[in-house]
Ligand binder design. Structure first.
Ligand code: MN
Ligand code: MN
Length: 323
């Protein structure tokens, strides 16, 4: 009897630890997005001049930027993730687990909701789906942006413990808008970094090296210094920042001050660094700035998606929409 209750307690505390890291990752994504959006498309030099009074470093969530955001507002990186997460949960409720069509419909609904921004490749993919109902476009060079990578966190959470399912759903959600070998490699590679952190394994440096060895385009040492929306530049910047800085805040600040696609590099660094430190160690002064609704949606989704990964229905026998 004592053994059985100890086993239950162990399970609860280990799932609490996973939840703590999952929530850290999801909130970290939103924090990096909100911080980085202020300086998106600026150069490091422009950022240093603009924030001269703060030692040349942008470090506070203040909104603004080219999107003229209110303080604490997030952009497509976070809201597309939430749309994807909601589609995965809807699939579970409706007995259509991991149905790619629900994901594509969620992207359409997201886009029709007039998001504050939408990348060109995302828009093109959504319009193609609306036009012909296809869940993936042909593989093409112009699909090498980071738009599929930036939003894949919910899939990592919902498929924990099932790598085959993780890979299938990740690529399916990606291909709705981005069909490119390096985008695929980034989605899976960064996803596996995240999954290891969620499992409590801190092998980030080693895994980052392995990812760069497997896909030489992602080599980040020495750091080439580009932080654009091209998935190669994004991955290099993310790997450089998370392996150079152990501290959450330092890692995210380093990423966004590279400028360019700062909200997306910030979001991805925030995701990995947040999984590493856990939600309770995220900076309070940043969390307090985050939009209330986003904070609540993320908190709810993080636990529901983890629960989905533990549900027996999580692994459908076959892909209803193979491509
Ligand atoms: Mn964005
Ligand atoms: Mn961006």
């Amino acid at each position: 009897m004592r053994d059985a209750s100890q086993a239950v307690l162990d399970r609860v505390s280990s799932s609490n630890a996973v939840y703590e890291r999952a929530l850290g990752a999801y909130l970290g994504l939103a924090l990096g997005d909100a911080l980085g959006a202020t300086v998106e498309f600026m150069t490091p030099r422009e950022i240093a001049l603009r924030f001269e009074k703060q030692g040349g470093v942008h470090r506070h969530i203040i909104g603004g930027g080219w999107l003229k955001l209110v303080r604490g507002q997030v952009t497509d990186d976070t809201t597309m993730s939430l749309a994807l997460g909601a589609a995965l949960l809807q699939g579970q409720r409706e007995g259509r687990p991991f149905d790619t069509r629900l994901i594509a419909d969620a992207y359409v609904a997201w886009w029709r909701g007039k998001p504050v921004d939408c990348g060109n490749t995302c828009r093109r993919g959504i319009q193609r789906y609306l036009r012909d109902g296809s869940l993936a476009g042909p593989q093409q060079d112009s699909d090498g942006g980071n738009g599929a990578l930036m939003r894949n966190l919910p899939v990592a959470l919902a498929t924990l413990g099932n790598d085959a399912l993780f890979e299938r759903v990740s690529l399916a959600q990606a291909h709705v808008t981005h069909h490119h070998a390096l985008s695929d490699a980034a989605v899976l590679g960064i996803g596996y970094l995240l999954r290891a952190l969620l499992a409590g394994e801190d092998r980030l440096a080693e895994q980052a090296q392995a990812l760069a060895a497997a896909h030489r385009a992602f080599r980040f040492q020495p750091y080439p210094g580009r932080a654009s929306g091209y998935v190669v530049d994004t991955v290099q910047t993310v790997l450089h920042c998370v392996t150079t800085h152990d501290d959450f805040e330092a890692a995210v600040i380093a990423a966004v001050n590279r400028g360019d696609d700062a909200d997306t590099t910030g979001a991805l660094v925030g995701m990995l660094a947040g999984a590493r430190c856990g939600a309770s160690r995220l900076p309070r002064h940043w969390l307090n700035r985050l939009q209330r609704g986003v904070l609540l949606d993320i908190t709810e989704q993080a636990s529901a998606l983890l629960a989905l990964s533990m549900s027996p229905r999580a692994a459908p026998a076959a892909d209803p929409h193979p491509f």
